[in-house]
Design a protein around this ligand. Structure first.
Ligand code: NAD
Ligand code: 13P
Length: 407
């Protein structure tokens, strides 16, 4: 049988952590996967930290990030201090990275996804399968799309999603956590309604697409001599003793949980920055979760399972972790404390890492405004207005009282 070639596209804080997990697993399951995992790195020159061992390996002048990863086996800019497996191989060439890969794992800040997909198009295997770890939504021309959808649409390959309470630095340090994978790819024994074989294109109803997307997609079947990509394979590829994976069928709920919780995390950060304490934060979280569920049910009515938000790591657990320790939370908190905007804190404090919450809030607001549905999302609206300095934190108590009645 053939082995799957697994690659990861993106090498930031979470991209490198997922790359580490994948490479640990491909090394353990060489019957199913090629051992080396290529990781596409957006190339840049990086300073070498003042650390004896690193300076011995890399010198004291700025080096290419790919060189640092392949020589010192550390992402010294985005995941410093964490040893990466030596079968995780950094590659600055995107098209070369995806060539021949059967499993593509997308792990980029959502801001860079559209352009990256354009560059990949035509260079990937038509029967590849993908998982999106991207937390965000694409809003364009009045529609809302998940990145798993955008990948399917732009590349014509099936894509599931992965999301959970997964602060990257903690996962990289191998502290126990859970994650959720949404996957409803075609089964091994798939037959067309007329009984024809898997050699034909597989026409699948994309239950997990938003109202605005096409409902069918023609997929190339993965050749029979590869291990079938199903929940058991995904557990082998992503699960670690410190990273517990649950696979569910609700791809859109998983992806939306990861995107929308960032708006709630910003709100919690604003509250913390004001020093208003845990009761206020809990009220914001409660209303935030209700708005997440409402958004999912409104725009992904055939697919979102409310239980993903309330019972899975990609829902409630990620909200808890992100409203206590995420970058969006801390940045919002520091912005209020210092009397500056969140965008300024991102530039000043994040060392090149990218916040997902600010652009998600603006995009979701714009979408809801176009749809005439803003009134149903008072917390999302409030976060948007605080970001744009259109309101002040003094408006929050009124909003919480209104919000509790709207729900
Ligand atoms: P990051 O914010 O740490 O890093 C920024 C990344 O963007 C770097 O890899 C950089 O090379 C890349 N980049 C910069 N300019 C670019 C360009 N023009 N084109 C392409 N890439 C460019 O990234 P991250 O934390 O790995 O985030 C990836 C996704 O993972 C996000 O959607 C995020 O929400 C999600 N996520 C992050 C965490 C976390 O704790 N960091 C946890 C779970 C999920
Ligand atoms: P931040 O991007 O706010 O750090 O959130 C990380 C995350 O998604 C944890 O699950």
């Amino acid at each position: 049988t053939q082995k799957h070639k697994v690659v990861v596209i993106g090498s930031g804080n979470w991209g490198s952590t997922i790359g580490k997990i994948l490479a640990e697993n491909t090394r353990e399951h060489t019957d199913m996967f090629e051992e080396d995992v290529s990781m596409w790195v957006f190339e840049e020159d990086v300073d070498v930290p003042d650390d004896g061992t690193l300076r011995d390996q890399l010198g004291d002048k700025p080096v290419k990030l790919t060189h640092a990863i392949n020589t010192a086996h550390q992402n010294i800019k985005y995941l410093p201090g964490i040893k990466l497996p030596d079968n995780l191989v950094a590659n600055p060439d995107l098209q070369d990275t995806v060539r021949g890969a059967t499993i593509l794992v997308f792990n980029l800040p959502h801001q860079f996804m559209s352009k990256t997909l354009e560059q990949i198009k035509g260079h990937h295997l038509p029967y590849a399968r993908a998982i999106s770890c991207v937390k965000g939504v694409d809003i364009s021309e009045g529609t809302v799309k998940l990145y798993s959808e955008l990948i399917m649409e732009k590349l014509g390959i099936y894509c599931g999603s992965l999301s959970g309470a997964n602060i990257a630095s903690e996962v990289a340090a191998e502290y126990l956590c859970e994650t959720t994978i949404g996957y409803d790819g075609p089964p091994m024994d798939y037959k067309e309604p007329d009984g024809s074989s898997r050699d034909n294109l597989i026409k699948v109803d994309k239950q997990h697409q938003s109202k605005s997307s096409p409902s069918q997609l023609s997929l190339h079947p993965v050749p029979q001599n590869y291990p079938h990509v199903d929940s058991a394979l995904l557990e082998k590829l992503f699960g670690r003793p410190y990273f517990s994976v649950r696979v569910v069928r609700d791809v859109s709920g998983v992806a939306l949980g990861g995107a929308l919780k960032n708006i709630v995390a910003l709100a919690a950060g604003f509250v913390a920055g004001k020093g208003w304490g845990e009761n206020t934060k809990a009220a914001v979280i409660r209303i935030g979760i209700l708005e997440m569920v409402r958004f999912g049910c409104l725009w992904f009515p055939q697919s979102v399972d409310e239980r993903t938000f309330t019972k899975e790591s990609a829902g409630i657990a990620d909200v808890i972790a992100s409203t206590s320790a995420g970058r969006n939370f801390h940045s919002a908190c520091h912005a209020v404390e210092q009397g500056v905007t969140v965008d300024e804190i991102e530039k000043k404090e994040l060392g090149g890492q990218k916040l997902q919450g600010t652009s998600t809030t603006r995009a979701v607001y714009e979408f809801l405004d176009k749809q005439g549905q803003l009134e149903k999302f008072p917390l999302f609206m409030f976060v948007h207005d605080i970001l744009g300095e259109r309101t002040t934190m003094d408006a929050l108590p009124g909003l919480l009282i209104k919000g509790s009645k709207v729900m």
